[in-house]
Design a protein around this ligand. Structure first.
Ligand SMILES: Cc1cc2nc3c(=O)[nH]c(=O)nc-3n(C[C@H](O)[C@H](O)[C@H](O)COP(=O)(O)OP(=O)(O)OC[C@H]3O[C@@H](n4cnc5c(N)ncnc54)[C@H](O)[C@@H]3O)c2cc1C
Length: 465
């Protein structure tokens, strides 16, 4: 018997946040059939392997797909985050994607889902092999192949620790904190990113005193104060204006971040050190207080290996007390592949366009794919952006994102769509546009951008054209 063949308009590889948001916007604006493939058995991507206590670091409404809001849009009423918008936990995110996949996508007949299946190109053909049955089908793609795996993050559960673990040392991925049989005497948290900060906060919320925690922090991170990343146009315009104002006066990239800290935008854990890391997840000020309570911080670079009684790092070694559990929070998370045009002859590679916010960007690419018919024009409207890792590429991302937002925002239909889309952090609903507070914030942003953008571009060594 020959190989089975399926025909489809779009073959989207990856049913994570990016593939889901792209597909959702595409089928909403074009009469097309999509085949969505993922080696995982369902949609949601890395959330399937996330640690059990993970939460979105931003408001739920900024995450998911454009057609259907994640969560209720409510503001939290109780401490420690009263006044800030709700943030979904892992199970809510998984249930949300499952519902979108089963009901909205597959249920409509517009999308076929090949779960538990591996995509592989074969010459000019597209092959999908079920990891369950072993069957390989050939997919005939009438319009486009879409790579929604290009920015897929690496997470500790599926990435071994980037250091050796000798006999007698106990090291686990952060996920294992949810299934401990017995409390270790000491926790050694390894990593400087969102996962590590989440672990340090969660341990203390579960009664672990900070003197039982050692924190191996190879880099010091800059983080955004969660209060300035909220679904509220006055807050969003204020954040953008503060960024441009800080840039206008900045003498260096470090000075830019210090000014942003003074303006209440950026947070750092140790006020005596200038961070070199700027992936900039958001952080609550209540979390910052807990992070600062950990005094046993090891700053000797990255770990090379852990032995029964020592941690050996690039810059030296420290004792590992008996009964320690080493917790791997050191996957790189965000990935930084080469920034390439999103629309290429062979495929569409979903990347970010405006600064940050992967879901909005993927939805925007889906909308533009559906509503424009020329790739040159699509690439002009949606130039690809980089994800942030350090102050230099954070600044580069802001410059590129500002230019991109001007380009796609100048198209009336895209502007209307974006202002109706909850995923868009810069959304201004028509009813809000002419309120005095929004008008004042928009005027301030325009003024600050005129002064700040050229300076930001110079600091980032990024052309403004
Ligand atoms: C812990 C954590 C928390 C985060 N929190 C936030 C947040 O609060 N807000 C925010 O905006 N962003 C957040 N991010 C970042 C954001 O979630 C990610 O950048 C984005 O969701 C990644 O989605 P993705 O679709 O690119 O990747 P993935 O979720 O990794 O999805 C890609 C999918 O492609 C599949 N795949 C890959 N190759 C193949 C193949 N050959 N065949 C078949 N399938 C394949 C994989 O199985 C995977 O399911 C967070 C990231 C992490 C790691």
């Amino acid at each position: 018997m020959g190989m089975r063949t399926l025909a489809t308009d779009y073959l989207v590889v990856g049913a994570g946040a990016m593939g889901m948001a792209f597909t959702d916007a595409l089928i909403d604006h074009a009469d097309v059939h999509v085949t969505l493939v993922d080696r995982r058995h369902t949609a949601g991507g890395h959330w399937e392997d996330a640690y059990p206590f993970v939460q979105l670091h931003q408001a739920s409404s900024f995450y998911g797909v454009a057609s259907t809001e994640l969560g209720t849009g409510a503001v939290q009423q109780r401490p420690p985050e009263a006044g800030l918008h709700e943030r979904a936990h892992r199970s809510e995110i998984q249930a949300y994607y499952d519902d979108i996949l089963r009901r909205r996508f597959v249920g409509s007949g517009r999308v076929s889902f090949l779960g538990g299946s591996e995509y592989r190109p074969d010459g000019g053909s597209h092959l999908v092999t079920s990891r369950v049955s072993g069957e390989t089908v050939k997919v005939e793609v009438r319009r486009r192949l879409v790579d929604a795996t290009y920015l897929s993050p690496t997470v500790p559960a599926t990435t071994p620790p980037p250091f050796g673990v000798g006999d007698g040392a106990r090291a686990v991925a952060v996920n294992a904190l949810g299934t401990l049989a017995e409390a270790p005497r000491r926790y050694v948290i390894v990593g400087s990113g969102k996962t590590a900060t989440d672990a340090v906060v969660w341990l203390q919320m579960n009664g672990v005193e900070p003197d039982r925690i050692t924190w191996v922090r190879p880099r010091e991170p800059w983080m955004l104060d969660r209060a300035v990343v909220q679904p509220d146009p006055v807050v969003a315009l204020g954040l953008a204006a503060d960024t441009m104002a800080a840039a206008a006066a900045a003498t260096s990239l470090d000075d830019l971040f210090l000014r942003l800290e003074a303006a209440g935008v950026m947070l750092r854990i140790d006020s005596g050190r200038v961070p070199t890391m700027a992936k900039t997840p958001t952080l609550g000020t209540w979390e910052l207080e807990l992070l600062r309570r950990v005094e046993n911080v090891v700053r000797l670079g990255r770990i090379r290996n852990v032995t029964r009684d020592r941690i050996v790092l690039d810059g030296g070694s420290v004792p590992l007390p008996p009964g320690s559990l080493v917790v791997h929070c050191a996957a790189s998370g965000l990935r930084y592949p080469p920034v390439v045009p999103i629309w290429a002859p062979d495929m569409i590679r979903i990347q970010t366009i405006r600064a940050g916010f992967p879901c909005f960007n993927a939805a925007l690419a889906g909308y533009v794919e559906a509503t424009r018919d020329d790739d040159r024009e699509r690439n002009r409207l949606c130039p690809p952006n980089t994800l942030p890792d350090n102050p230099a590429n954070w600044a580069q991302m802001q410059v590129r994102g500002t230019i991109a937002a001007r380009r796609f925002g100048a198209e009336a239909d895209i502007a209307a769509w974006a202002n109706d889309c909850a995923l868009n952090p810069a959304r201004i609903e028509p009813s809000q546009r002419h309120t005095p507070a929004v008008e004042a914030a928009a005027t301030r942003l325009a003024d600050e951008t005129e002064r700040g953008l050229p300076r930001l571009a110079a600091l980032a060594d990024e052309p403004l054209a």
